[in-house]
Design a protein around this ligand. Structure first.
Ligand code: KG4
Ligand code: ZN
Length: 430
């Protein structure tokens, strides 16, 4: 089965194409292409993601990105050369399906005319761009579309969903709704995210498993279970056993970065400052709190930590008589280091508690914050101490992408029974 994944939940417009197969009961897949168009620079001016701007950018980028990715479907040909009647005969065979790569849709204008009445009120720019995209009149070798239905920014989510619905109508294929957070879980199971069309099995996940999901919108500890231990396409079952009471950890990184005059998204900048503080032996004079570290449960809180940074910045400005964003490099580095240490200790303490409480045999880390090298090293240390497997996403999969959405869609399979809607606050497990 060839699946097109669509991800538009936040500020990344992403598309991916994967092929999956059942190899004697074992789920295998290969990455044909994965494209991400980041809007981070645009949102940087606002210090965070601006929902209507995100929607506008998705509307603008989806069709050109699709045209680009569909090119990848055409190139994977097997060329065989045979000799017939003393002549060379060159045969091109599509290695995926043996069917023609494209087939013209007879009533393209008729179908797209219905999009204007149905979707133009909500997504006029996207509808206009679909109506004018003549390449969409050729059905590619795609069997299903997986699209993020939530959680995320609703105007942004709707754009991806409306796009999926239009393509589904044009090409007469099903749409699979995908929970963005499940994407972050299963993305870490890929052996490789390289779009080289090599078949791969997913990593084996000893059960029970735990997922620590750390992103710009979420901080969750999730118990992951499955009804079968076989590596076939399967549904995972999720139970949230801990979550943030206020800000998400990525949000805290972004807010602290802003306080230190660094651009959005702030996580990578804070991490860089903290690393140079460690290399240069710079420490913060101030000790930040380790929020809820001894709360006895698996929940988190990061808003107090951000407020503590705010007061530290204000005090520094007062004592040095400096104005906004004129903090010394040494101060910024020391504070970034202390902040990163606080986040690392807190997340790690809760992860250890969750491993002990659930008897987890494996831990998956997912979400944009999992790119943080300090956290990755600490989680590795913890998993080694407990003698359990750690599943970290590769760099390309740690942030938002459509590869993880296509994979999650493939694992859960088509479910055409319900109307697909955007769920801004959709949770895992319901
Ligand atoms: O999963 P993601 O790409 O988008 C959401 O679904 O939220 O996560 C984005 C978050 C941002 O808050 C960003 O600052 C954070 O991930 N992030 C990092 C790092 N790279 C990205 N946080 C800490 N260290 C990093 N290296
Ligand atoms: Zn995400």
């Amino acid at each position: 089965m060839i699946i097109l994944g669509i991800e538009t939940s936040c500020d990344e417009t992403a598309l991916a194409i994967i092929e999956t197969c059942d190899n004697n009961g074992i789920f295998e897949c290969r990455v044909i292409s994965s494209l991400i168009h980041s809007q981070a620079e645009l949102h940087s001016a606002y210090g965070g993601v601006f929902p209507t701007l995100a929607k506008r950018e998705h509307e603008k980028n989806l069709v050109p990105l699709l045209e680009k990715i569909l090119e990848k479907l055409k190139v994977d040909k097997k060329i065989s050369v045979t000799i017939q009647d003393s002549r060379f005969k060159i045969q091109e065979e599509d290695t995926r399906t043996n069917t023609p790569t494209t087939e013209k849709i007879g009533n393209f204008n008729e179908i797209t005319a219905s999009f204007k009445t149905e979707f133009a009120e909500q997504n006029s720019d996207l509808v206009a761009s679909v109506v004018n995209a003549q390449f969409l009149a050729y059905k590619p070798n795609i069997d299903a579309i997986a699209v993020t239905e939530g959680p995320g920014l609703e105007p942004a989510l709707w754009t991806g969903i409306v796009f999926a619905k239009m393509l589904s109508r044009l090409w007469n294929i099903p749409v699979i709704p995908v929970n963005h957070m499940e994407g972050h879980v299963v993305g870490s199971l890929l052996e490789s995210d390289v779009a080289n069309c090599e078949w791969q099995k997913l990593k084996t996940l000893p059960m029970p498993a735990l997922a620590l999901l750390i992103s710009g919108g979420h901080t969750e500890l999730v118990k992951v279970e499955t009804s079968s231990n076989k590596l076939v396409a399967q549904k995972f079952h999720y139970t949230i056993i801990g979550q943030t009471k206020d800000d998400a950890v990525g949000e805290a990184f972004d807010k602290v970065a802003r306080l230190l005059g660094l651009p959005y998204p702030g996580g990578p900048h804070i991490s860089k400052l903290a690393q140079s503080a460690r290399e240069q032996g710079i420490k913060s004079i101030l000790k930040l709190p380790r929020p809820m570290i001894n709360s006895g449960d698996l929940n988190f809180s990061f808003s107090g930590l951000k407020t503590a940074v705010l007061y530290a910045v204000k005090d520094e400005e007062k004592s040095t008589n400096s104005k906004d964003n004129f903090l010394s490099d040494e101060f910024k580095k020391g504070l970034a280091r202390e902040f990163e240490d606080s986040v690392t200790e807190t997340l790690d303490a809760k992860l250890r508690k969750a491993i002990e409480e659930t008897g987890a045999q494996s831990v998956i880390i997912g979400g944009g914050v999992s790119a943080n090298s300090m956290l990755r090293a600490q989680f590795q240390k913890t998993a080694t101490e407990y003698g359990i497997g750690l599943y970290l996403p590769s760099q390309h999969i740690s942030g938002d992408n459509a590869l993880m959405i296509a994979l999650a869609g493939a694992l859960s399979g088509p479910n055409t029974s319900k109307e697909i809607r955007a769920h801004g606050t959709k949770r895992l497990g319901n």
